[in-house]
Design a protein. Structure first.
Length: 572
């Protein structure tokens, strides 16, 4: 038996309130945090309910002791608030010398500032320096730096609405492999006009408070928030005299490999994620007391999730289902950890619950949390695994020379893709052909800004249209960083592990480490790591105005395997 991973602290900020106490009080009294219109978000879309954290940026700064002139975006402020509560409950001090890691999930990053000051970014105006904290990795950096040198390492997972859940999975794998004993895992996301208009372009927002799984459900309500768990080995908790709140029994990630925004009719991705979590926990479906569903309230998502639940648990034996987005709003990237902390608060003695989080691109994840007695577990030392890993293919495209995309993509496919997606598809296809691996067990993407061309196009539309008309759903969909990994999986019907790291220049390192970790743990036998970035002239100028060196455009695909046959070389 592997040493248990326990939860020793939790922090949460959402529309229900700030902290565990106010959140639990709202849940007990059935108070919703979803309001009729945004209070702090300056938008013309006043007829869509949202779930806002009940604090302005100035109030958040005051509570955290962050000066008005200190760079911070709302996503980072919410994240700092929730991380602080989690550390306090876990009994961890920022002066603690033990190495800890932060795995953060986010997608919007600093978009709240970018959409307000985009013109100044390009012209070198007084707010141009905010361009330096636009990207997801920089937002995570703001959170980590607030706690001094407490975090020895930090990284960012960006898989849309499953980001925080995948951050939890990533952190637990770091613990399982012996790379750390303590990790703070979760996610943060603030409301922005970019996201509100983006989901509007997909026509999945409800004009009323959302009604997950109801017959008359009509869409979702966007929300914002942050939530984090402190997870560590049981032996670490015992050495610190920390009280375990619960145990993480199992988790799973799978790809629906069906569509960028729609979910499959048979719920293959969600079904696989739940079954992986049960298998890891060595539990039967009947052992699950309740499921905290993804439950967005959209007709497609809820139908798919219910189908997947019935496949896993049986049509007539479903456990109790919880759907809390009607109370918090859909906190997008933070949704998985928000649901996990709510599940933790609601756990009864001896109960075992499952938490689901599903994202764009069919990125589906499940987590099992158990409130069990840990004294019966025998602690075992966790050793770093040294199973050899080999490179079967390593393909790249020069930043100055593109291949003939017509050899790989149909005219219809090409019309729907920007250049970065085309380059990503070609390098991935080359790596799979050269390695002879038609469908890798894992597809792991690394990108700093994602499809920044699509992001900028949507921003310009947002400025020009002034929210008066629906904007391009294609540009919005492709602005999510996990578009690349999702498209590769969809093309080859790869239902395995699928994730994306977006942590600035260290994105590639994080993606490679995740692949090597899972290969050495024996969770997978093949992994495709894809590294892709582009840079538009306007965004390059914006970064220069912010005194940031623009990254180089890159497209690379690496096939890793535990099979030494026909390998190019071994990774030590």
């Amino acid at each position: 038996m592997a040493e248990p991973i326990v939860i020793t602290g939790a922090g949460i900020v959402s529309a229900l309130g700030v902290g565990q106490a106010s959140t639990l009080d709202a849940l007990r009294h059935h108070r919703t945090g979803v309001g009729p219109a945004p209070r702090y978000l300056h938008t013309l879309l006043r007829d869509y309910p949202v779930g806002e954290v009940p604090l302005s940026n100035d109030e958040l700064r005051a509570r955290l002791g962050i000066a008005a002139d200190q760079p911070a975006n709302r996503t980072s402020l919410l994240g700092i608030m929730a991380v602080a509560e989690a550390l306090q409950q876990a009994g961890l001090s920022t002066l603690d010398s033990r190495p800890s890691v932060l795995v953060n999930g986010t997608t919007v990053g600093g978009m709240d500032l970018t959409e307000d000051y985009y013109d100044e970014y390009l012209a070198g105006g007084p707010h141009a320096h905010y361009a330096a904290i636009h990207d997801c990795g920089s937002t995570t950096g703001l959170i980590a730096r607030h706690f001094g040198h407490f975090f020895a390492w930090a990284t960012t997972v960006s898989t849309a609405c499953s980001s925080a859940m995948n951050a939890i999975i990533s952190g637990c794998n770091l613990i399982r492999s012996g790379q750390t004993e303590v990790a703070v895992v979760g996610g943060s996301e603030c409301l922005t006009r970019f996201h509100l208009n983006g989901f509007r372009s997909l026509m999945i927002l409800d004009h009323d408070v959302c009604r997950p799984f109801s017959d008359d459900r009509a869409g979702l309500n966007l929300g914002e928030g942050a939530a984090y768990l402190v997870v560590e080995t049981l032996s670490s908790a015992r050495r610190r005299n920390a009280t375990p709140l619960a145990c993480i029994s199992g988790y799973g990630n799978a790809c629906d490999a069906y569509h960028q925004t729609r979910t499959s009719d048979n719920g293959e991705g969600p079904c696989l994620a739940m079954r992986k979590a049960l298998a890891m926990a060595q539990l039967k479906p009947a052992d699950i007391s309740a499921v905290h569903t993804h439950g967005t309230g959209t007709p497609n998502n809820d139908a798919t999730e219910l189908t997947a639940l019935q496949r896993v648990f049986g049509t007539d034996s479903l456990p109790e289902l919880h759907a809390t987005k009607r109370l918090t709003g859909h906190t997008t990237s933070a949704a998985g950890s928000v649901a996990a902390v709510i599940a933790l608060l609601e756990l009864q003695q001896g109960a075992t619950v499952m938490v689901n989080a599903f994202g764009f691109g069919g990125n589906d994840s499940s987590l099992i949390i158990a409130r069990e007695t840990h004294d019966t577990h025998e602690a075992h030392e966790t050793h770093e695994l040294r199973q050899p890993v080999y490179v079967k293919a390593d393909c790249g495209i020069s930043a100055t020379a593109d291949p003939d995309f017509r050899q790989w993509l149909s005219p219809l496919e090409s019309r729907r893709m920007g250049k970065l997606l085309k380059r990503a598809i070609v390098t991935a296809e080359q790596a799979m052909q050269l390695s002879g691996v038609a469908c890798p067990d894992a597809i792991i993407s690394a990108t700093r800004y994602g499809c920044i061309d699509n992001t900028e196009k949507f921003l310009r539309q947002l400025q020009t249209a002034s929210e008066q008309q629906p904007l391009s759903p294609t540009n919005f969909m492709q602005s999510t960083h996990n578009t690349i990994a999702a498209l590769i999986a969809e093309r080859h019907h790869c239902h395995g592990y699928n994730t994306t790291y977006s942590h600035g220049p260290l994105s590639h390192e994080a993606a490679m480490n995740d692949a090597l970790t899972q290969l050495r743990l024996g969770d997978i036998s093949t992994a495709l790591v894809v590294v892709n970035d582009e840079l538009t002239p306007t965004w390059a100028d914006a970064l220069r105005h912010a005194d940031v060196e623009p990254p180089l455009a890159a497209s690379r695909a690496i096939m890793l395997t535990t099979d030494p046959a026909n390998a190019l070389y071994q990774i030590s």
